[in-house]
Write a protein that binds this ligand. Structure first.
Ligand SMILES: [Zn+2]
Length: 172
């Protein structure tokens, strides 16, 4: 996906790279079969909460919940895991920053907007690896986030971490 076409500004700010590296490290907690993703809640540059794409707490890790289309339905995506975790812990997300390597799907973009997240930091090199099948939804997710006033920044550069996406390990 071409970030210029999406109207997303690239940044080479080192602190964004550091946060994304932390995000990829936390993503290792995911047991999702195809993509390990994490999201961070950041307040004034400080990480205050982490989310990952897993099943909700106490929901059993049954094989069929990760088969076929179920793997898109049963686990919470990292962004929603983070927002729900914040609700559980009584942490306000309003006006804060979310760091998440990929672009959100529409339900996650809705969660970002509705929870009042002001800024989203993504990783250009991860977004560029997006498979064809996801591209239209992610383009529309960007559209609604922009409509709602969410600022999106794409870090451009290597962060020095291993990432797992679309069944592939790559050097992020
Ligand atoms: Zn999502």
């Amino acid at each position: 996906m071409d970030l210029d076409k999406l109207g997303i500004k690239a940044s080479k700010k080192a602190e964004c790279g550091v946060l994304l590296k932390e995000c990829y490290a936390y993503a290792k907690k995911s047991y999702h079969p195809s993509t390990h993703n994490a999201a961070l809640l950041v307040d004034k540059g400080k990480i205050i909460l982490r989310g990952v794409n897993v099943l909700p707490p106490r929901v059993k890790r049954k094989k069929e919940r990760f088969e076929g289309n179920n793997k898109h339905i049963y686990p919470n995506h990292a962004e929603r895991d983070l927002v729900y975790k914040a609700a559980r812990k009584g942490i306000s997300t309003s006006g804060l920053t979310m760091v998440m390597p990929w672009l959100p799907c529409i339900p996650c973009a809705n969660a970002i907007i509705s929870s009042g997240i002001a800024t989203l930091i993504v990783h250009k090199q991860m977004v560029e690896r997006t498979r064809e099948g996801w591209q239209e939804e992610l383009r529309n997710a960007v559209k609604i986030m922009k409509e709602a006033g969410v600022k999106i920044i794409a870090y451009d550069g290597r962060v020095g971490a291993k990432a797992y996406m679309h069944h592939e390990v790559w050097d992020a």
